[in-house]
Design a protein around this ligand. Sequence first.
Ligand SMILES: Nc1ncnc2c1ncn2[C@@H]1O[C@H](COP(=O)(O)OP(=O)(O)OP(=O)(O)O)[C@@H](O)[C@H]1O
Ligand SMILES: [Mg+2]
Length: 372
Amino acid sequence: MSTNNNVMVSIDHLHKSYGLEKAVKDFNIEIEQGEFVTLLGPSGCGKTTTLRCVAGLERPEAGEIRIGDTTVVAPEKEIFLYPEHRNIGMVFQSYAVWPHMTVFDNVAYGLRVRRASSNEIKSKTMKTLELVGLDHLADRFATKLSGGQRQRVALARAICYQPEVILFDEPLSNLDAKLREQMRDEIVRLQKEVGITSIFVTHDQSEALVMSDRVVVMDKAVIQQVGDPQEIYANPVNSFVANFIGVTSLLEGKLDARDGEVCSVDVSMGQGVEPLRLRAVGAAGAKPGDKINVSLRPEDVTLHLERPQGTDHGNLIEGNVIDTIYLGSFLEGRVRVGPHEIGIQIDHFENLVADQTVYLSFQPEHGLCLAN
Ligand SMILES: Nc1ncnc2c1ncn2[C@@H]1O[C@H](COP(=O)(O)OP(=O)(O)OP(=O)(O)O)[C@@H](O)[C@H]1O
Ligand SMILES: [Mg+2]
């Protein structure tokens, strides 16, 4: 385990199954004090299970989790702390506010069960309510609040007793689009202001990318990649991450040869058709003959209406327009290239019609070779 003093949550070789089904396989991460880490992945990939193991709501069969200096679970050492003995706050998707209590009593709850003095309860609760902008509603019953206000109460209740870590499980998914964005920004602001270590679960990639210091991308119970949003977006380690994180076109092919950073890849164009030779970067461990997907992001593809004369980098692709949509300030479209579809995005209007022949080019460093 780490010797880094700044580590607030450490999850080490965590395994959790339900019957024969593995919900989380060999999950490892160290989260620093004050860090905002998001678990991102499709439904059923194990995000909630991981979070519930940290909370103490599930018992893993192997591994170790530490919060601060305390080992909260380690089945091999027969250690298991109940949720109330772990220094954590939780916010879930359903607004778990208590309807029979006022806003104040909801938020003060954590301090009361920890037997804080009444002065402390009053001052800390009011201060937290101010932080989330609900101090004027302290005496109102929690049933008489809007969805967004209830979620603020849940947030205030989770941070009021100053836990070391706060766990969020899709807290925004019941809110409408506008409120969702507003609450998202508010959570980030509050998290930075209070400096509390946070683990946030979502299946919404844009939410993960805008909110997080680091993103953990999961699929089928396994971590696929951990990195900051920029890294995850620009350098996905495999096709799953590339596809899940953003719009990207994947062109299947085979590695022909490598020259330093740059690979030449033969992209299959269908049976009996000469493959398309493209140059792109990545796939460090791949050997000639290995299957490679070339990943292209729409914003990295340049559109030409006429065949350009001598593109120096050689990545020139002829195709036919499938369709386009005009989205205010830019145009998105799809271009058919043999059996493939390539997404494009251009920042000006272009009157493209279906089946029109167009030419696409990209710089080798914008094409990413992915080994699977
Ligand atoms: N209590 C349970 N009993 C049996 N299987 C469970 C239980 N909870 C979760 N699972 C299974 O474990 C796997 C992981 O579930 P988990 O709830 O962690 O997924 P998730 O990533 O949070 O998905 P979602 O985005 O849908 O919330 C799933 O296949 C799920 O069916
Ligand atoms: Mg879940």
